[in-house]
Design a protein around this ligand. Sequence first.
Ligand code: PEP
Length: 223
Amino acid sequence: MLIILNNKCNFTLNQFKQYSQELTTIKTQHELVLCPTNIYLSITPKSEIVLGAQDISMYHEGSKTGEVAAKQLKSMNVEYVIVGHSERRLYLNENDKQITEKLRRSLEQDIIPILCVGETIGDYQQVVSKQLEILKNIEHFENVIIAYEPVWAIGSGKTPTIKQINEVISFIKKIYPQNKVIYGGSINEFNISNLKSNLIDGYLLGGLSLNSERLKAFLENLE
Ligand code: PEP
């Protein structure tokens, strides 16, 4: 299974050094992908943990002040990138046009994009299918990993039931049968026992990713 660790905008340098060192002691059969703040990519200790980024520029490299281009991420051995996280859609007004370009830039560099989708409130079908429509404009869209993250579940301590998650993932897989689909939103070391399913290809962890001991407990309970 794919386990994405989204550190978001957390850790000072010394905190990150200690945390990332602790991560190197984790033994797991799952593929762990660490997405630190970009400035820490180069100091992440070498280990079995794969590197990911939390965002990517929609532009090619060059005169784009403040941006981090796909080619640059690739040169840092980044293998995955989170695209269209709800926090970026909300706080940075990221739109479908930008998200489409970000998916294209990632795939051009063989960086696997993890496209986040999910409803804010109410019925998921309309929101999720609309957010996924952009895949129709993407060459090799089958290489995009879809992360179902109901916005109301992110950081709230609330999760859908496994029945509800299965229903949404089945809905997504019916439209995009070739794509991997992972779940994210308030997953922790305790609720994981009730949130496993054959339909889920992995999990995206926000808050839980920040604590290596809790992460180890999660991985034990996942096995
Ligand atoms: C997220 O932000 O993508 C996320 C899943 O966060 P959390 O696990 O904290 O809900």
